[in-house]
Design a protein around this ligand. Structure first.
Ligand code: PHE
Length: 455
């Protein structure tokens, strides 16, 4: 990010160094553990096809319009969520920004624990653990990791430290540049893994599981999970994309960016499903194995494919990087709030909040061993419960409120003007208006209320 001041933008606020920089940053925020760790495991838990198709529907009909709305609000106000809603309307709407900042704290607290698992797998890969002679041991590695509280705390702390250093250092410019190389590489590796999976014994069963719907499996919980995950995966409903939009150039074509980012995000999730499920079926594992699914499946593939130990290193390196680019966008929402509204300096806000978030995450890091009997929601341990609350309630609620705000409170001429910038096409505005006013809020409200049992 650089600090040019043009078009009368508020001085000293960062800007992406290029339009491609904005797309890459938004895609960096969206593509992360949600796509590679979470999408396959929740798809497995909810029975496959019907869940996947409903998820795709949520992305297209609710996710894309909401992403456009967040970008419009961010670029128009040039503020983070709290400042943005306060400036545009204030009163009750200020609470929407607050909800977003809270979600940032909560999500990053456990996100960093799961990211820590990926760092520890990178470490294992570097030691050559995923080579042929160890195939037998591979499945036990995950259980081994989870049974050590100290290890999980260590990797969580290391990951948070890296996130804090990047957010302080304003190494964003370097990060933008690195993103440009690393994201396409991650994509290529996933294409390779998915290809390998599809032509291996479990391939056709995986395709069938992922894409042929059994609608009887799509109950209220599955619908809410799919909707919530659409928000989580696209980084929506809490102001992360809004904050990134506040650094976007006046010439950026918002609909184009939103559609590109959503498409990339969706493709990465589907590819990771195509890489993971063939192994699940070929080895007779349970699709509903839960949060350990990626960690238990892909290493088997690595230990058996030619060049697998190198590919394992590359894959986990890129996965750590994908998690980092998402984590910095979560921390950025919190930091932008303390900088914009409390006038803290960036360094102090980042250090203090990084530490607070680490502390909130400690019970999540301990949730698999020391605190494994502490179940908050159903049979879920602490980490899974917090994830459940954030994804199924905080984000859909935040998303619903932002949608209502953009459709009914924001002055239409503001949205129209934002959408007209940067060679936008004329048919987009009426379509967006219709979706954001009538379709998205009704659908989100229906899914939420249905789950809560209000009708
Ligand atoms: N979208 C990120 C992922 O899929 C997680 C995230 C959620 C990031 C909300 C920012 C805000 O991994």
């Amino acid at each position: 990010m650089t600090h040019h001041h043009h078009h009368g933008s508020p001085p000293l606020r960062g800007r992406w160094s290029s339009r491609l920089g904005f797309i890459m940053a938004a895609a960096g925020s969206a593509v992360g553990l949600g796509n590679i760790w979470k999408f396959p495991y929740i798809t497995g838990m909810h029975g496959g096809g019907a869940f996947v198709l409903f998820y795709l529907f949520c992305i297209a009909v609710i996710g894309v319009p909401l992403m456009v709305a967040e970008m419009i609000i961010g670029r128009h106000t040039r503020k983070g969520p709290v400042g943005a809603f306060r400036r545009l309307k204030g009163g009750f709407w200020g609470a929407v920004g607050w909800l977003g900042v809270c979600a940032g704290f909560v999500i990053l607290s456990y996100y960093s624990v799961v990211a820590g698992w990926t760092v520890s797998y990178l470490w294992l890969a570097l030691q050559g653990t995923f080579s042929q002679q160890y195939t037998q041991q591979v499945p036990q590695l995950f259980t081994g990791l989870l049974s050590s509280d100290a290890n999980q705390l260590f990797w969580q702390a290391l990951f948070m430290l890296a996130t804090v250093l990047i957010v302080i250092g304003g190494v964003k410019k370097g990060l933008e540049r690195a993103n440009r190389i690393l994201m396409p590489t991650l994509f290529l590796i996933l294409v390779g893994l998915a290809g390998f999976g599809l032509f291996s014994p479990g391939g056709s069963q995986a395709l069938e599981f992922l894409f042929s719907p059994d609608w009887s499996k799509l109950d209220q919980s599955a619908m809410l999970e799919a909707l919530g995950h659409a928000f989580f995966s696209l980084s929506l409903g809490m102001g992360a994309i809004l904050t990134y939009g506040s650094y976007a150039d006046e010439e950026t074509n918002i609909p184009k960016v939103a559609i590109t980012v959503s498409a990339m995000d969706t493709l990465v999730a589907l590819l990771s499903g195509l890489a993971i499920f063939p192994i699940v079926f070929a080895y007779g594992m349970a699709p509903a194995a839960g949060p350990g699914l990626v960690f238990k499946t892909l290493p088997i593939l690595f230990s058996q494919m030619p060049g697998g130990s190198i590919i394992a290193i590359l894959f986990f390196l890129l996965l750590v990087f994908a998690a980092l680019t998402s984590a910095i966008s979560l921390l950025e929402v919190v930091v932008a709030y303390y900088c914009d509204e409390w006038k803290w300096d960036r360094r102090r806000a980042t250090l203090v909040m990084g530490l607070v978030i680490f502390a909130i995450g400690v019970p999540s890091a301990l949730s698999n061993h020391l605190l494994k009997d502490w179940q908050l929601i159903g049979e879920r341990n602490f980490l899974d419960s917090v994830d459940f609350i954030a994804t199924n309630y905080l984000l859909p609620l935040g998303g619903l409120l932002i949608t209502l705000f953009a459709g009914w409170v924001l002055t239409p001429s503001v949205a129209k003007a934002e959408l007209a910038k940067g060679a936008a096409v004329s048919w987009f505005y009426p379509l967006w208006c219709f979706l954001i006013r009538y379709v998205s809020p009704v659908l989100v409200a229906l899914v939420l209320l249905n789950k809560v049992g209000l009708f």
